[in-house]
Design a protein around this ligand. Structure first.
Ligand SMILES: C[S@@+](CC[C@H](N)C(=O)[O-])C[C@H]1O[C@@H](n2cnc3c(N)ncnc32)[C@H](O)[C@@H]1O
Length: 205
């Protein structure tokens, strides 16, 4: 990782992901989380204030040391204990069937081998455990998809490997999850090519 990825991008993501306009979405995706939780792509902890009190503990998975340092204020605002427990969603240092729920927000776009990460999430989730997700990805409309295909290489270069057009629900289904709640929408205040969001819950069989 170079200077840009280590020193600049985490600060830019901290600012962009910390927008107050995203708070209602974060509140929605965190609703219903309970027990032992793993969050992949914890970033600078913008979901931390929204964890319900029913959460016993959060294992935060985040590769960027700077993002983790920038999380200090959000960690202080959390009602539940949060421990940085790993660096890579593709290889979780957690036991099989050891967590009740998982959370991923705007992260499945960036993990290089997203299928491996979803396999890992399923491995650590107990049977019937849930993955709460809020992800941007492949747009529902063809005219937006065309722009996503054009801009994807630039996005990947500028935003740390972020893919614009991953088919989130298809990826979840292919990994063996059953999507039980789903809302697909364009995020207010974002260009449509980068703000085609899927918010929901998927159950691990
Ligand atoms: C767009 S940010 C979202 C951060 C946070 N989830 C949020 O909602 O504010 C994507 C995050 O995924 C992290 N990430 C990148 N590769 C990863 C990997 N292999 N495993 C886990 N997280 C990763 C990045 O460091 C970054 O913090």
């Amino acid at each position: 990782m170079g200077f840009y990825e280590q020193r600049i991008l985490p600060r830019a993501l901290h600012a962009a992901c910390g927008s107050s306009g995203l708070a209602p979405l974060r509140r929605r995706v965190c609703a219903g989380l309970a027990g032992e939780v793993v969050e992949i792509g914890f970033g600078s902890g913008h979901n931390a204030p929204f964890y319900p009190a029913a959460v016993a503990r959060v294992a935060a998975i985040e590769p960027s040391d700077l993002s983790w340092r920038l999380a200090a204020k959000n960690l202080a605002a959390a009602r539940v204990p949060i421990v940085r427990s790993g660096l890579d969603g593709q290889s979780l240092p957690l036991a099989d069937d050891s967590v009740d729920a998982a959370l991923s927000t705007w992260t499945l776009c960036t993990i290089p081998d997203v299928a491996a990460a979803l396999r890992e999430v399923r491995r650590v989730l107990r049977p019937g455990g849930t993955l709460h997700f809020l992800e941007h990805g492949l747009a529902p409309d063809e005219d937006v998809r065309r722009w996503q295909r054009r801009l994807d290489p630039i996005q990947q270069r500028l935003v740390g490997g972020c893919h614009l057009a991953r088919p989130i629900v298809d990826l979840l289904t292919a990994a063996g999850f059953t999507v039980t709640d789903l809302d697909v929408f364009y995020e207010k205040g974002s260009p449509r090519f980068g703000g085609a969001d899927s918010l929901g819950v998927a159950v691990s069989a």
